[in-house]
Design a protein around this ligand. Structure first.
Ligand SMILES: C[S@@+](CC[C@H](N)C(=O)[O-])C[C@H]1O[C@@H](n2cnc3c(N)ncnc32)[C@H](O)[C@@H]1O
Length: 273
């Protein structure tokens, strides 16, 4: 996807019946004609339209495994907070069936219009805020990806959300999960020491930042004031409490992101047990 000020039409989602796993994209016609633009790419990312950060154009190793996994199973997969759907497109190209969720109907409209027609029958659009506005049947998806979206959620919502994901996954289903860490170059100077002190003092949810605009002023135009970052030990404690066994967990940097010493994001793959 290019992110080159492309003119798009916004889908009027209210015209369509939302089935159990969303609206099948094959049924959508673009009779709704609100115009909008895909913002231009900055470095390795495209800003969101709702000030919720950026969508990466590079595919990280965890999302790559999700893409491969999606084509190896018979169940549909779900992506939460997919933005314009860079990963969704790769899943479709590999032959997977995917439910694409995002808070922003505009993002999903852009995804729809950039999806080749031959893939539409395998694409389900599910706009809404995770976890409260999403309800798909229990044991209906083989894998869930959430990349760089959970760091907008508070602790209680995260716990509720993990329990929902657990229910939606088939037995032995997989969760692929990526969030920002306190080591990311954009926030470490203003926040890492605070995080470390909170961990030392055993404070719950030590990664909650309420003043991101102060500590990360360069990104103020594109991000909310709230950010909730995580390190490996916290996730290792959290996931098993919600029924997941962690298969793999690792700090990493995206190849074209600012240099955070290979520690700017944490990714994990976990199995529903
Ligand atoms: C930083 S972008 C990440 C996009 C992409 N997953 C990536 O990793 O590049 C966060 C996306 O999550 C969406 N989002 C934020 N909160 C959400 C929520 N509660 N439920 C669903 N989507 C949400 C935003 O609209 C935005 O498109």
């Amino acid at each position: 996807m290019q992110g080159q000020d492309t003119k798009i039409e916004i889908i009027n989602f209210d015209l369509y019946h939302k089935g159990e796993i969303g609206i099948n994209a094959n049924l959508i016609t673009t009779e709704s004609v609100v115009k909008n633009y895909v913002p231009k790419q900055i470095r390795d990312e495209i800003p969101t339209l709702n000030r919720m950060g950026y969508m990466k154009t590079d595919i990280d190793p965890f999302s790559q495994e999700y893409i491969e996994y999606s084509s190896s199973i018979d169940f549909p997969v779900l992506e939460l907070g997919c933005a314009y759907g860079a990963v969704v497109q790769k899943v479709l190209e590999k032959g997977g069936r995917i439910i694409a969720n995002d808070l922003s109907k505009e993002h999903l409209s852009i995804l729809f219009q950039q999806t080749p027609k031959r893939f539409l029958e395998n694409l389900y659009l599910y706009p809404g805020a995770f976890p409260n506005e999403i309800d798909i049947p229990n044991e209906s998806v083989g894998a869930v990806l959430t990349a760089r979206m959970f760091h907008f959620l508070d602790g209680a919502i995260i716990q509720y959300g993990l329990d929902k994901i657990y229910k939606w996954l088939v037995p032995n289903g997989k969760l692929f999960f990526i969030v920002v860490t306190p080591y990311h170059a954009a926030i470490r100077d203003g926040f890492l020491s605070v995080y470390q002190e909170r961990v030392e003092s055993d404070i719950k949810w030590p990664g909650v930042i309420k003043n991101q605009w102060e500590i990360n002023p360069d990104h103020k135009e594109y991000v909310p004031p709230y950010l909730h970052v995580f390190d490996i030990p916290e996730l290792q404690e959290l996931l098993p409490k919600h029924g997941f066994k962690i298969d793999k967990i690792k700090l990493f940097d995206y190849p074209n992101d600012v240099d955070s010493g290979n520690k700017g994001h944490v990714g994990l793959i976990a199995t529903k047990v």
